[in-house]
Design a protein around this ligand. Structure first.
Ligand SMILES: Nc1nc2c(ncn2[C@@H]2O[C@H](COP(=O)(O)OP(=O)(O)OP(=O)(O)O)[C@@H](O)[C@H]2O)c(=O)[nH]1
Ligand SMILES: [Mg+2]
Length: 368
């Protein structure tokens, strides 16, 4: 996944495209050559998500240093999927055993049985044309076929621009523990770095710690957090936050929600109400569903319930760092019919990147 870091982080703080900046531009981000990317001691963001708010504001890490750090983290040596493929494709010949190994690796990566079959069939067909089993050719075909499975990158940009001078509203949903609050913290940081003003809504009123956690992120990134009483009405918190956003001419309001799956009806009622109440003030421009990449098919099944109760417009695949489960991108998109827009690569403030197919595939194959 090294190249995920490379390509995606070069895109770095440009997750949001085509936005009008309503605020003064963010402080310039120094563009260091990748080799000179060792982070300086000063101005480094605090890594631990639970850290106390720094006295001064966190300054986003320069894209280049983020890049080198993520590349290290996701290098083939740390990524079982890439390691498996590398070993396999380095073989002199692709014999029956090698094909079986490849199939097992793909299934273990959570690519799913259907897509794995398609991939193996295409690979065998393509590599048999010359009557030889050529690993280099296999790698090339594997790359092309994986790209086909993942699909084009159109439609992966986040929709955070509101209409009629109103804020864009991003609603973040998902099973508890998947990484919603962490993703919101990281996303707020990117939005701020791009010159947007942001308000966060702690509409997870289920427990006070949830709002505290969001507030810690808000303090780190320098954005206000609207919260209500513990056990209060989540929709009312979301309402207040969007109202504040409109009043203050804020660019983006990001709404955190509770992840507990009480019952499908309960979930539908709660998320439906939040969305309706916000919608009276300003349309929700993006509904992000966070899925924990390490939970595989089980996580996908739970995510499906959310997709049934609210109109999801984008997926955040969290915890891809060091996971062998990169293949999950394909079934997630297929089954939910929504593109993966962001990926989480760690617990740190800069560990969020836009998803981009080529970079992702090259990283899976240990290239880049
Ligand atoms: N390694 C890794 N850990 C992550 C990532 N994203 C989130 N986490 C960790 O996952 C745990 C849960 O994250 P939260 O953001 O609290 O999850 P949540 O969905 O808000 O959980 P609830 O509020 O309980 O519904 C925390 O320990 C995070 O630090 C990621 O991309 N990589
Ligand atoms: Mg949370």
């Amino acid at each position: 996944m090294a190249a995920v870091a490379l390509v995606l982080v070069v895109a770095g703080v440009t997750i949001v495209v085509g936005r009008r900046k309503a605020l003064p531009p963010a402080p310039p981000v120094p563009q260091l050559p990748a080799e000179a990317a060792q982070p300086a001691a000063a101005g480094r963001p605090v890594e631990a998500p639970g850290a106390e708010p720094a006295a001064g504001l966190d300054i986003p890490e320069p894209a280049a240093s983020r890049l080198s750090r993520l590349r290290r983290r996701l290098s083939a040596s740390n990524n079982p999927f890439a390691r498996g493929l590398l070993g396999l494709l380095a073989a002199d010949r692709l014999d029956a055993e090698a094909w079986e190994d490849l199939e097992a690796t793909l299934i273990t990566s959570d690519l799913g049985v259907g897509p794995t079959d398609e991939l193996i069939t295409a690979l065998r067909r393509e590599t048999a044309i010359d009557g030889v089993s050529d690993p280099a050719k296999a790698r090339q075909v594997l790359r092309a076929e994986l790209l086909k499975l993942i699909g084009p990158d159109e439609g992966r940009a986040l929709q955070v621009t509101g209409a009629d001078g109103k804020p864009g509203v991003v609603l973040v949903v998902g099973v508890n523990g998947t990484g919603k609050t962490t993703t919101i913290g990281k996303l707020a940081r990117v939005l701020v770095a791009e010159g947007n003003s942001v308000v966060l809504a702690a509409a997870d009123t289920f427990r006070a710690a949830a709002a505290d956690q969001l507030q810690t992120w808000g303090a780190r990134v320098g954005v206000p957090v609207v919260r209500g009483p513990e056990g209060g009405d989540p929709a009312s918190v979301a309402h207040d936050a969007v109202e504040t956003g409109i009043r203050d001419g804020v660019d983006v309001v990001v709404v955190d929600t509770a992840g507990r799956l009480h019952t499908k009806t309960g979930l539908m009622d709660e998320l439906g109400k939040i969305k309706r109440v916000i919608g009276r003030l300003a349309p929700v421009t993006e509904v992000l569903l966070v899925i924990d990449a390490t939970t595989g098919q089980n996580g996908l099944a739970q995510a499906r319930v959310f997709a049934e109760v609210v109109d999801v417009t984008g997926i955040v695949l969290s915890k891809l760092d060091g996971s062998a489960k990169g293949g999950i991108v394909v079934p997630v998109q297929r089954e939910l019919g929504v593109p993966v827009k962001l990926i989480g690569l760690g617990e740190g403030a800069d560990d969020l990147a836009p998803f981009e197919a080529e970079g992702f595939v090259d990283a899976l194959l240990g290239e880049g």
